[in-house]
Design a protein around this ligand. Structure first.
Ligand code: C5P
Length: 421
């Protein structure tokens, strides 16, 4: 979660004092904002060294960045004089954090592939420091599936991606792709350097994510648009909070998250079996999966043919799937049960009712009628409802939302406010 810079007691003036930040600048128009970013982070106490890609020189000069950072700026992996002063491996070791801002679409692609074809990409592979990536580009480029695929790969590899802001762009159009303010980037650096509180240390967390696929015949199925992004983000957030995490995932295109046991399933019945095998063994169950409520009653053994002479209709009989989360809530003893509700009307009222009906301790509701959040989107805007309270988490990236949901779960677990009857 990105905390406010002022929220850290005793460090109000220079919260980044003595922190070594390696700033990677790539070739996008937002690179012209990086001298201001360097100044802001130096004002907060940081020691900064800047590495530019060759294309970044089109948008900002090394001289400006050298002046504001007070250090020589590097671009070339093969600069003998610079290597003699501080070799690239030494530079990679020096950094407490590598912040890449702005990250262009091309740089995201090179990073996602694991290339080491210039100094910045080499440093990314050579550093053990946390890597923060702030993409900035034209909104159509940002929303392109190839870019989103690269971002998902980078997140799966353990990098933190700071989502771009929406608004007027240099190209004259409006949309997501703007480099966030220097203040936001500095706060993200600070949050990364302060190890997350291990709020769920020693706890076992079981998460379901993604859609399920219900076979009609060997080649066809009934499913939904769930991307799995929110469930994967929650699994990673629980891991960051120190939990031992098992993720039961329906078919998604996301990479398996590092440090998490991932069990891949296809249908609701498969998911139910995997959940039952682990539910008695966990402290927290978080059902994020968009489980199909119904499945074809008798899937055909062979591909259903379009037979000549058959009437214009083919009737598919569906039968109800088990409710996985209600099954976990009915266990005794049972874990702390968290469910999700994607609603298109009367979101809060329906979610309050659903929480009680399914026996959940906490429900996370989003109003998917808005269209810009929830299913398949990078961002979410949710309300948390439990027996003694409700809390709105305003629109934010799914990682940041997940950290806040995990904090709330940890607080409720700690206060043992749930009924165990
Ligand atoms: O009733 P609805 O599908 O909106 O409920 C959503 C919540 O219930 C989610 O947490 C989802 O993971 C869970 N669910 C389930 N098994 C089902 C249907 C939904 O666990 N068959």
């Amino acid at each position: 979660m990105i905390r406010s810079l002022d929220a850290v007691p005793g460090t109000v003036d220079r919260p980044l004092e003595g922190k070594k930040i390696l700033l990677g600048v790539s070739g996008g128009i937002a690179a012209y904002k990086t001298p201001e970013l360097v100044r802001r982070m130096r004002d907060l106490g940081a020691d900064i060294r800047v590495v530019m890609t060759a294309n970044a020189h089109h948008f900002v000069t090394p001289t400006s960045l050298q002046a504001v950072s007070g250090q020589p700026v590097r671009t070339d992996l093969w600069d003998h004089a610079a290597e003699a002063a501080m070799g690239h491996i030494e530079l990679a070791r020096w950094a407490d954090v590598l912040l890449i801002a702005p990250a262009s679409a091309d740089l995201l692609a090179r990073l996602a592939l694991g290339r080491a074809d210039d100094l910045l990409t080499t440093l990314r592979l050579a550093t053990r420091a946390p890597v923060l990536i702030a993409p900035a580009m034209n909104h159509v480029m940002w929303l392109h599936p190839a870019t989103q695929r690269n971002v998902a790969t980078l997140v799966g590899d353990g990098n933190t991606v700071i989502p771009p802001d929406s608004g007027a762009q240099a190209c004259g159009e409006t949309g997501p792709g703007r480099l966030p303010a220097a203040e936001t980037l500095a706060a993200a650096v600070l949050a990364t350097l302060q190890p997350p509180r291990q709020m769920l240390a020693g706890r076992r967390v079981l998460v379901t994510a993604g859609p399920t696929r219900e076979a009609i015949d060997p080649v066809r199925y009934v499913s939904n648009h769930s991307s799995g992004k929110q469930g994967y983000a929650l699994a990673r957030a629980a891991r960051r909070a120190g939990a031992n995490v098992t993720l039961v995932s329906g078919p998604v295109t996301l990479p398996e998250p590092a440090g998490i046991t991932t069990i891949k399933v296809t249908s609701a019945l498969d998911m139910q079996r995997a959940v039952q095998a682990h539910a008695t063994d966990c402290d927290v169950f978080i059902g994020v999966a968009a489980v199909a409520d119904y499945r074809p009653a008798t899937p055909a053994d062979q591909k259903i043919k379009k037979l000549p002479g058959r009437s214009g209709e083919l009737v598919l009989t569906l039968t109800e799937n088990p409710d996985i989360i209600a099954g976990v809530a009915a266990l005794r003893p049972r874990p702390f049960v968290v469910g999700f509700a994607a609603e298109t009307q009367s979101a809060l009222a329906n979610a309050r009712d659903k929480r009680l009906r399914k026996g959940m301790d906490l429900i996370v509701v989003n109003d998917v009628a808005r269209g810009d959040i929830g299913f398949n989107a990078a961002e979410n805007d949710v309300t948390l409802i439990w027996d003694a309270g409700e809390r709105h988490l305003p629109k934010s990236g799914k990682d940041a939302i997940s950290d806040q949901i995990i904090e709330q779960i940890a607080a409720l677990l700690a206060s043992e406010s749930r009924s165990t009857s």
